[in-house]
Design a protein around this ligand. Structure first.
Ligand SMILES: C[S@@+](CC[C@H](N)C(=O)[O-])C[C@H]1O[C@@H](n2cnc3c(N)ncnc32)[C@H](O)[C@@H]1O
Length: 296
């Protein structure tokens, strides 16, 4: 359902491949604060097409990583694109694992969509005593697009029409449980986690960043292209009665031309300084170890 109506497979996979590129590994590892060389059993909940699971497999080579998601298309794609990980189709609120089976559970942009007592309750159940729960949540970043990819008049008219009929978020409870930076840790504590702490990773995906090679800059530009193109596909699925195939084709053509132009600018060395910085909040909580009395 998610991949068809809400965010496409390429949108999530290629944006997350950038977000969890090795270039940013040290920022995340510091916030995760888990033992790097231990044989940890790790579970990614709502793994989508698998990019974060792939990063965990690279960053913690001795860990055993499992990814689970309700969307069968994401799981099919993940199995074909990320090696060394077990990907399973399943529900975050009825995890198919016995109690106390994981050292670490992690999720990225999933807590917003699932009722917190169910979301955290299941994670507490499958975590071992002393196990770590990591929750990543995207916050307001900095985005200033290049003029050549800005939304033109024709596109704006298309989106205005679409917005009138769009009830996807309500229909599928997308972001129903979105919370502020202040609310998130409080809820995690209320749901039973201890030693909750938070931190922020700043992921700079600015194509003209001087340290980025051309291939990375192209990937940044193309990730935006995939996202815009798949938005058109989602609209066709959700409201076929309001959008024709011809309109969709025309919109995709406009989108492709814009991103081709941005890539050409980049290749000619014409800096745009369009800025794209994602801020990722990382929450870390511990399942309290059972207290064992030393007294006889
Ligand atoms: C915003 S996407 C994030 C996907 C992935 N974590 C990523 O960053 O690419 C939210 C994901 O949560 C999954 N999801 C939502 N509710 C779920 C549930 N109850 N059980 C399992 N997965 C769920 C969706 O299928 C989707 O893949």
């Amino acid at each position: 359902m998610w991949s068809k109506y809400i965010q496409g497979t390429k949108t999530l996979y290629y944006s997350r491949k950038l977000r969890f590129d090795d270039f940013f590994a040290e920022q995340y590892k510091k916030l995760f604060d888990i033992e790097e060389n231990k044989k940890l059993n790790m579970l990614e909940i709502g793994c989508g097409p698998g990019a974060l699971s792939g990063a965990l497999h690279r960053w913690y080579p001795n860990a055993v990583v499992t990814g689970i998601d309700r969307d069968s298309e994401f799981i099919r794609f993940a199995r074909g694109h990320e090696d060394g990980i077990t990907f399973l189709e399943g529900d975050a609120v009825a995890l198919p694992f016995v109690d106390n089976s994981f050292d670490v559970v992690i999720s990225n942009t999933v807590c917003e969509h699932i009722e917190p007592s169910k979301f955290y309750g299941e994670q507490l159940r499958v975590l071992k005593q002393g196990g770590i729960c990591l929750v990543l949540s995207s916050r307001k970043g900095i985005k200033d697009t290049s003029d050549c990819v800005a939304v033109g008049r024709h596109e704006e008219q298309f989106w205005q029409k679409v917005r009138q009929y769009d009830n996807t978020f309500d229909k599928y409870s997308v972001c129903r449980y979105a919370m502020s930076e202040k609310e998130l840790p409080a809820v995690m504590e209320r749901c039973g986690f201890r030693d909750v702490r938070t931190g922020f990773a700043a992921i700079d995906l600015t194509p003209d960043h001087p340290d980025y090679p051309a291939v990375f800059a192209h990937q940044i530009i193309n990730a935006e292209r995939y996202s815009d193109l798949e938005c058109i596909d989602s609209v066709l699925y959700t409201m076929p009665e309001h959008v024709t195939q011809e309109e969709a084709r025309e919109m995709k053509c406009i989108i492709n031309k814009k991103y081709d132009a941005r890539i050409a600018q980049y290749d000619r060395g014409e800096k745009q300084w369009d800025t794209n910085v994602s801020i990722i909040m990382v929450l870390r909580g511990v399942k309290q170890a059972v207290y064992v009395s030393a007294l006889p």
